[in-house]
Design a protein around this ligand. Sequence first.
Ligand SMILES: Nc1ncnc2c1ncn2[C@@H]1O[C@H](COP(=O)(O)OP(=O)(O)OP(=O)(O)O)[C@@H](O)[C@H]1O
Length: 237
Amino acid sequence: MLEIKNLTKSYEKGKEIIKNLNIEIKSGEIVGFIGHNGAGKTTMIKCIVGIHDFEKGDIFIDGISLLEDPISCKKVMAYVPDNPDIYENLTGLEYLNMVADIFNISTEDREKYIRKYSESFEILNALQDNISTYSRGMKQKIVLISALIHNPKLLILDEPFVGLDPNASFELKKIMREICANGGAVLFSTHVLEVAQNLCTNILIIKNGEIIAEGETKAIIGKKTLEEIYLENYYVK
Ligand SMILES: Nc1ncnc2c1ncn2[C@@H]1O[C@H](COP(=O)(O)OP(=O)(O)OP(=O)(O)O)[C@@H](O)[C@H]1O
């Protein structure tokens, strides 16, 4: 579903933030992406979703090269950034319809998905209000719904649980599992190791721009907790 080959990314010449990185994520996997502050998680995510360019390598989404056909790649994936900065002057519903227009979603499908996810995230009653009146968590819920509205095969999220209330976190985990059960895949960054341990089929650990561990969660943690494994082996002093 996602293949990264020899990815190298720098912001300044000679200072590589992502160093010749190779990753494969298969359908059905929920992958927790963990690593210290400044390790390169957001940078890698922004390369995958086409926000950042990169010097070397390529990224394949469902077999399609991001370099050769970025539009087709963007049609099958969705991205939820760590900061829900969206158009404040629209209502929640106007924003969702705008995204649905971009993805050419039929009236029937958009109504179905907006209702389904607005009910899941308990925001249906606020959809007619201006986004400027929303709390941070409410904005985050609108961004999540806008990501789900085109039924993506690959969902990529940067710190998705920060700021979500417990109900919304529970619903999001359920949705991630649904996407994977339907043959899709999910990649999300997090610093909350308990969530990664309990939710993720696979774990990816990055340190200073290099992948230092990857594999099935149970194989990585054995009889320990992910926190113990992380602190014993990967803690950056
Ligand atoms: N736009 C930018 N211009 C220059 N350097 C940047 C830029 N964005 C990030 N960096 C640098 O790239 C490195 C990796 O940052 P990145 O945001 O990818 O880390 P992260 O793993 O997501 O960290 P965190 O857990 O703190 O969110 C850091 O050294 C950061 O200072």
